[in-house]
Design a protein around this ligand. Structure first.
Ligand SMILES: Cc1cc2nc3c(=O)[nH]c(=O)nc-3n(C[C@H](O)[C@H](O)[C@H](O)COP(=O)(O)OP(=O)(O)OC[C@H]3O[C@@H](n4cnc5c(N)ncnc54)[C@H](O)[C@@H]3O)c2cc1C
Length: 473
């Protein structure tokens, strides 16, 4: 207690009232994850203005052995930014570090603070005729630090990769207060380990990201958004290969959903309209984009691609969005699936991947297997077929009591899904991370050698275990 007070006094003296608060009303909104699954307590909330202030705070934490839980926009899916219930940790907000350095259009890169919100970054890049090619539903709150630390994905991974492929440099404060500064991007650099990659996806357990240099690409000059109806998920995979063959790299999104998910969105979003007349077992949303060099030819290329797909009976029906508003309306359907499905009652959600070519077979095996083993449940898969990553939700039987079902059948179903994914050589977390949500499942199913390496790296970089304790490992 005296130790904690000594720490708080020293931290307040270091950061001032803007940089450190003990005011419960200010801290409380950040103590629960946005999905409301985890709630914790914190000793105080730190909001340093810059890297040097943060480094000094971290040194103080090390001296007093105070744990640190980093947080960006609190839009994460795995409870990684929520402290535990002990109330001993400092909740570290990186949101004040939100500077974007001037963008040099010719360099096609941007350096920005960890607290920059993804939407703000999109706007800044667009103002220079460029684009940061990663987007996701939480773009209004997710920050650069959070995106780096979770190796976030989204709907453009098919072409541009996840954060790992887009981060050119990282600056981070280590557990002992040293600053790792590798912001200058080098196309070639073989000086040993790629340490920024160790930090990317480490969920705040190895270092506190303060800034990143990110890759930019030319702005989209033209996009073609297509909605197609198909008979099976196998057909969707064949259509994906056809699209890749026909338009190559211009294919930027390929998302699948079931008719049931489309119906759920129609019930949930009053303004939404089904893109096709008549129902189809599966639907696909395709986005093809062109920069200035190929803007004039992309429309014709997509029409030819669809014509051939019809001729080869790869799809049953399709429509090309006739304008930007309709293209946005198609995407709104895709982006509303999670919220619409939530209205249908309690469900367990899984963010899984298997090798891309195996995903249709996986879905065809897993869905009936789960529905048979837990009668009355409904298993649905939707999302990024092109990345071999789907969101695999299992909805409880109608009228089920949520909390009791989650503790019993829900838990057993998740374990079964994770077992199955592991048997298929896949991942129990394709893009949402591990946090505290999947920590025990990673310990149960992770490769023992990989887990041992991770623990050794963690111990080497954070011997006191002060960075985001209880998360990931
Ligand atoms: C509607 C919606 C849709 C989404 N869709 C997707 C999607 O398609 N793909 C996807 O990948 N994610 C998706 N997400 C999840 C989320 O947006 C990402 O995980 C994002 O990267 C989290 O960023 P954040 O700033 O909110 O991080 P937080 O939630 O605050 O933190 C996430 C993790 O990173 C750590 N962390 C945060 N900042 C730092 C830092 N500066 N240094 C070190 N560690 C840090 C935290 O401790 C925590 O472990 C979605 C979220 C929402 C709300």
């Amino acid at each position: 207690m005296t130790e904690q007070l000594a720490f708080l006094d020293a931290a307040e003296a270091l950061l001032g009232p803007r940089g450190l608060t003990r005011d419960h009303d200010l801290i409380e909104p950040w103590l629960t994850d946005w999905r409301g699954r985890f709630t914790g307590r914190a000793l105080a909330m730190g909001s340093p203005a810059d890297t040097q202030e943060l480094a000094a705070l971290v040194r103080l934490c090390a001296q007093h052995q105070v744990p640190i839980v980093p947080q960006g926009g609190n839009s994460g899916m795995a409870g990684g930014a929520t402290p535990d219930a002990s109330g001993t940790a400092v909740l570290l907000s990186l949101r004040r570090m939100n500077t974007i350095r001037p963008i040099e259009p010719q360099a096609r890169q941007v350096t920005c603070g960890a607290g920059v919100i993804l939407q703000t970054l999109h706007d800044a890049a667009e103002a220079q005729g460029l684009r940061f090619p990663l987007t996701l539903g939480g773009k209004g709150s997710a920050t650069v630090g959070g995106l780096v630390s979770t190796n976030a994905g989204g709907t453009q991974v098919l072409r541009h990769g996840s954060m790992r492929a887009l981060v050119l440099g990282v600056e981070a404060v280590l557990a002992d207060g040293q600053v790792f500064s590798m912001l200058t991007p080098l196309k070639k650099d073989n000086r040993g380990f790629d340490l920024k990659q160790v930090l990317i996806g480490s969920e705040g357990t190895l270092g506190l990201v303060t800034a990143a240099t990110l890759k930019l690409v030319p702005a989209v000059a033209e996009r073609v958004v297509i909605w197609a109806g198909l008979s099976s998920v196998q057909a969707a995979r064949t259509l994906l290969l056809h699209c890749e063959e026909q338009v190559g790299e211009a294919l930027e999104g390929f998302e699948i959903l079931l008719q049931g998910s489309l119906d759920a969105v129609m019930d949930h979003v009053p303004t939404a309209r089904p893109p096709l007349t008549g129902g189809h077992p599966w639907h696909v949303l395709i986005e093809v984009v062109a920069d200035r060099a190929s803007a004039e030819t992309i429309g014709a290329a997509c029409e030819a691609m669809l014509e051939q797909a019809f001729e080869q009976q790869l799809l049953d029906d399709a429509v090309i969005a006739s304008n930007e508003a309709q293209a946005d309306a198609f995407w709104l359907i895709r982006d509303s699936i999670s919220a619409a499905e939530r209205e249908r009652g309690p469900a367990v959600q899984h963010d899984i991947s298997v090798p891309v070519e195996a995903m249709p077979a996986f879905i065809d095996v897993a869905v009936p297997q789960l529905e048979a083993a837990w009668p009355g449940t409904e298993a649905i898969a939707f999302g990024h077929l092109g990345d071999g990553n789907v969101h695999f939700h299992v909805i409880a039987p109608r009228g089920t009591d949520g909390p009791a079902w989650h503790r019993g059948d829900g838990k057993a179903i998740s374990a079964h899904v994770h077992d199955l994914v592991t048997q298929w050589g896949g991942s129990i977390s394709a893009e949402h991370g591990i946090g505290q949500l999947k920590r025990d499942e990673l310990a149960r199913l992770g490769d023992p050698v990989a887990l041992d390496m991770m623990r050794r790296i963690k111990h080497a970089l954070d011997p006191l275990g002060l960075l985001n304790p209880g998360k990931l490992l």
